[in-house]
Design a protein around this ligand. Structure first.
Ligand SMILES: *Cc1c(COP(=O)(O)O)cnc(C)c1O
Length: 401
């Protein structure tokens, strides 16, 4: 392909789309009403939050949904709802972002990290080797890469490991047709600005388990107003837990719910648009010497809201050179191999509150991971340009090596 060495990308990697006008109008109505708190409803009004929960549960094909203040809050609530206590060990991914081990630390538990494969998914052999060390796995579908969920569930069943899924990057994705977040006991989602729906901050927790949901609702700060929920079990499920479950407020409000409801209706179309962009970048980087693509399994319907590739076994200064050369042409790549945490990237060994043994096989992968956001404000042509720039700069550094 003809290369213009001066070609630069000028888009913003952190610019999401505007909130749909419908959502803005609904948010204005909520503000005019003055009733922003989820339990502040008039007459037989259900309120935006309860309706959103009902709609999200229906969209995910589950019985129950709780809307909360953040994805991180959904994860800590999930851990508490499963009875994780201070000092307990919780298995989780070595390749993930800081809110995941942070959620484990927030309940006083201790993360036990499981390695990452070249597919950027959890290493199931390592999981099997460590499975008897905990009773809960907080599984992060990091950057939208879904492992062989059937094999994972079989391992977890064998070791009585209960699974909480962190679907911050897989809302709307599927494994063999099953929506991400519905294979474990609990699925957690984030609606923070950089995820698949945008309410600034926010999140969801979904489950089919009556007791877990009753506990989660009370934990989130329902007082004794739980009968107002539309996607929660009947009041008798709360009788068994209501005196023993602390209130740790983290509710969603009507304002956020109002702007999320129209976004939920568009979720499938948005997911498809992300994946179209991903496929353009992938095609543009195919067979680039020195660069390894992450081949996506046929069983996975992923959402391509970000793109990763590997510069496997490259020397650190060469990786840094690629990052710098791309940055000079407007392309923001994040490197997960850096020794010091930077921006949103960090490594399991930078979370020093969580002791970890070295994992050389995972370190080799982490040292080669490059990561790029693909917001929907980028056009398909933008994505082709991103790929041309990355290809040119990776090739230049690779040839010089
Ligand atoms: C963003 C994120 C979360 C948590 O989301 P917040 O809403 O910011 O708390 C959890 N896991 C991963 C992998 C994330 O990227």
């Amino acid at each position: 392909m003809e290369q213009n060495p001066n070609e630069k990308f000028t888009g913003s990697f952190t610019q999401q789309e505007p909130i749909p006008e419908e959502g803005i109008a609904a948010a204005v109505d909520v503000m005019r009403s003055g009733r922003l708190h989820r339990y502040n409803v008039k007459g037989d009004e259900a309120g935006e939050v309860a309706v959103l929960e009902q709609e999200f549960a229906a969209a995910m094909g589950v019985k129950y949904c709780l809307a909360v203040a953040s994805g991180g809050y959904a994860m800590t609530t999930a851990l508490r709802a499963l009875g994780v206590r201070p000092g307990d060990r919780v298995l989780s991914n070595a390749f993930t972002l800081a809110p995941v081990p942070g959620a484990i630390a927030a309940v006083g538990a201790i993360p036990v990290f499981v390695g990452v494969t070249e597919a950027l998914t959890i290493d199931l052999d390592d999981l099997e080797a460590k499975a008897d060390r905990a009773s809960v796995l907080l599984l992060s579908h990091m950057r939208g890469h879904i492992c062989d969920m059937d094999r994972l569930l079989a391992i977890c069943a064998r070791y009585d490991l209960r699974v909480i899924e962190d679907c911050a990057h897989t809302m709307g994705a599927r494994w063999r047709g099953r929506l991400s977040g519905t294979d474990g006991i609990i699925g957690c989602y984030s609606t923070q600005t950089y995820k698949h729906m945008n309410s600034g901050e926010g999140g969801f927790l979904v489950t089919n388990d009556d007791q877990v949901m009753a506990r989660a609702v009370i934990l989130s700060g329902s007082y004794m107003l739980y009968p107002r929920h539309l996607a929660a079990p009947a009041p008798d499920a709360f009788e068994a837990v209501k005196y023993d479950t602390p209130n740790i407020s983290g509710r969603m409000d009507h304002l956020r719910a109002a702007i999320l409801r129209p976004q939920l209706r568009r979720l499938a179309a948005q997911c498809a648009a992300w994946t179209d962009r991903y496929r353009v970048v992938e095609a543009g980087l195919r067979d680039c010497p020195g660069l390894r693509l992450i081949e996506r399994p046929a069983d996975e319907d992923f959402v391509g809201s970000s793109f990763q590739f590997l510069l496997l076994d490259w020397a650190a200064p060469k990786v840094r050179e690629v990052v710098a050369r791309c940055a000079a042409r407007g392309v923001e790549l994040k490197w997960f191999g850096a020794a010091e945490p930077a921006g949103f990237t960090s490594r399991y060994d930078s979370w020093r509150y969580a002791p970890s043994a070295p994992m050389p096989a995972s370190d080799r992968i982490l040292a080669g991971i490059l990561d790029m956001r693909l917001p929907l404000t980028f056009s398909l042509d933008d994505c082709a340009l991103l790929a041309r720039i990355i290809r040119a700069e990776v090739s230049a550094v690779h040839q010089a090596a």
